[in-house]
Design a binder for this molecule. Structure first.
Ligand SMILES: Cc1cc2nc3c(=O)[nH]c(=O)nc-3n(C[C@H](O)[C@H](O)[C@H](O)COP(=O)(O)O)c2cc1C
Length: 228
């Protein structure tokens, strides 16, 4: 359990604290994926659905985070119809939780290109191999599809997918249906576990005005302490 609380005068922005908590979780290897987060989106009937994603970047100023996914997946289709998402990070051993409500917009293509190029070959081939969220008849059909698509790109994967033989192809291009989203929160809540369930909790809210397909102009945060 942490022996800290938020300062009496709450910081102007919650983001430096979030970045610091993620850094601590990463450095102390508190879990296999310290950057994992749950993200809920909603479908056109208002049904929320949540899944775990990896947060690949936190941009403290102006305040957004980045994840990568398949743009044809269920979450991406839901975001296209309704960009409102909810995010939760939980570092159990640190007794810390971060919640965000916000808007998800696609990253600029050049940013997704750069990140895709930095990924290891298997992850790159995986992005081509799977039509995320689509049904498939069998596990074997999926393996065959992954191997066939790798072959077309000049790589040979063994039948168990464990061994990869590189062909002449030096590069795997980014699939056009794969890339990043930026999540711009309008509300952030920080939660620190406290003794006797008297947790420390504060919320920050701000208005956003969309400036471009990828960016918002952000009004200053207003902070409030909240009862646990
Ligand atoms: C630890 C962990 C990390 C994951 N990271 C990602 C990720 O960064 N991007 C992604 O698209 N899916 C990721 N997934 C898979 C998602 O949870 C989910 O199954 C997938 O994105 C399909 O979701 P959808 O059908 O709701 O679109 C991860 C799963 C786990 C357990």
């Amino acid at each position: 359990m942490p022996n800290t609380t938020l300062p009496e005068k709450l910081p102007n922005s919650p983001f430096p604290t979030i970045a610091d908590w993620l850094r601590q979780a990463t450095e102390n290897e508190v879990q296999r994926n310290p950057n994992c987060m749950t993200m809920a989106s909603v479908d056109t009937t208002g049904q929320p659905t949540a899944r775990i994603l990896l947060c690949k970047e936190i941009i403290a100023d102006p305040g957004y985070l980045v994840f990568y996914t398949n743009y044809k997946s269920r979450k991406s289709r839901e975001i296209a119809a309704n960009p409102k998402v909810g995010i939760v990070f939980h570092w159990d051993s640190m007794g810390l939780q971060v919640r965000m409500d916000g808007l998800a917009v696609r990253c600029p293509e050049a940013e997704s290109d750069e990140y895709f190029a930095s990924r290891d070959r298997r992850s790159q081939l995986g992005a081509w191999g799977s039509d995320q969220s689509e049904p498939i008849g069998s596990r074997q059909a999926l393996i065959d599809q992954v191997r066939e698509r790798a072959k077309k790109l000049g790589f040979t994967l063994s039948p168990d997918l464990h061994t990869l033989t590189e062909g002449d192809q030096a590069k795997v291009p980014r699939p056009p249906h794969w890339g990043g989203f930026r999540v711009w929160p309008t509300r952030v809540e920080l939660w620190i576990e406290g003794a006797n369930r008297v947790h420390d909790r504060a919320a920050w809210a701000r208005d956003l005005q969309q400036e471009s397909a990828h960016t918002f102009s952000c009004k200053p945060w207003s902070a409030t302490r909240v009862q646990p």
